[in-house]
Design a protein around this ligand. Sequence first.
Ligand code: NAD
Ligand code: MG
Length: 395
Amino acid sequence: MAGTGKRRISILGSTGSIGVNTLDVVDQLGGREAFDVVAITGNANIALLAEQAKACGARLAVTADDAQYSALKDALAGSDIEVAAGRDALIEAGARDSDWVMAAIVGTAGLAPTLAAAQRGADIALANKECLVSAGELFINAVAEGGGRLIPVDSEHSAIFQSLEDDQHHAVERIVLTASGGPFRTWTREAMAGVTVETARAHPNWSMGLKISIGSASMFNKALEMIEAKHLFDLKPDQIEVIVHPQSVIHSMVGYTDGSVLAQLGCPDMRTAIGYALTYPNRPKLNVERLDFAKLARLDFEAPDEVRFPALRLARTALERGGIQGAAMNAAEETSFHAFCAGRIGFLNMADITEQVMDSMADYGAATTMDEVFAADAEARRRAGEIIAKNEMAA
Ligand code: NAD
Ligand code: MG
């Protein structure tokens, strides 16, 4: 609020893994004394959303689910917190005046609300990588036109952001994204074919939402991150490398023309990247575990295997083809992820279906407007849905 001197913030996706961690960081950095929470949003978890809204003193609480409006209204009865529901209300949450917005909705559902925040010039802390994968340059341009800053929250991209020296961007030769390799790092393709959602979601190092956990197992998460990195740091496809690093201690690296490599390290805890995005360019004091190098003893690396993890190959294809391939890949992957979770397709089918959709849309040119991005997204979902249904009929 004007005049209080507090930082005005909004958290899109406050009830998720990143959202909960963001509220923890906000608490650690002074809570209601230091921040005015303008808006928070969630989806189905109404009890948590209401509890968060009361605890942080949010002015507006929004559920994405229209059908949950009365439940949220009831849960916040007696408070002066404004309540709203549905897609337009989510966009309103992004549009409502604040200084800083955490974009932590999962999937393409986050694009329109994040865009609304970007267009009005808020600083965007970007966890929702799908925004960049699908809208790419158009999203970058929207942030630039709005005049806010885009600060990555994805741990790899935060690491790169922190390892980029000011004024030395011309001397960047490559970036190296680290990947844990997920729960199936050492598995054969045959073994992966039959895995369940429960096995696939068990990430060895990070505790995260369902989609990104499954995406870590298939390495689709890394694939999306390659495209995210291209847009965030304006890189050419051959400047983007991936290395499997099972300990997830080096969060990513930047290689320079003099042979130097700068890296950011830390325990696998998203609060470090979230805190950095919240206080950038300063570093906050955070109560997170410190690295103990003696205990760690070693760091391992191995080349990624694009045969067992075809998602990485698909990301290269998308980078090389350009156009709306990022949107097609993202939407087809999201659709197949939901089908996998519903038991309609197997784990490996996610990459097959995504590849088919990408190939079938290879001749689409670049999107020049957001409407074209949304249209490509919808078309890729339709095509992926058709393939999934056909496979079911054949089975
Ligand atoms: P999550 O599933 O735990 O939370 C997602 C949030 O989005 C929740 O608040 C949920 O209510 C909301 N949501 C779900 N469906 C929605 C819809 N249709 N409309 C509006 N809101 C909806 O996910 P997460 O793990 O916190 O990830 C959020 C984003 O951050 C993703 O883009 C993910 O790739 C990225 N990210 C997460 C991590 C992590 O450690 N969890 C790390 C890096 C990047
Ligand atoms: Mg990441």
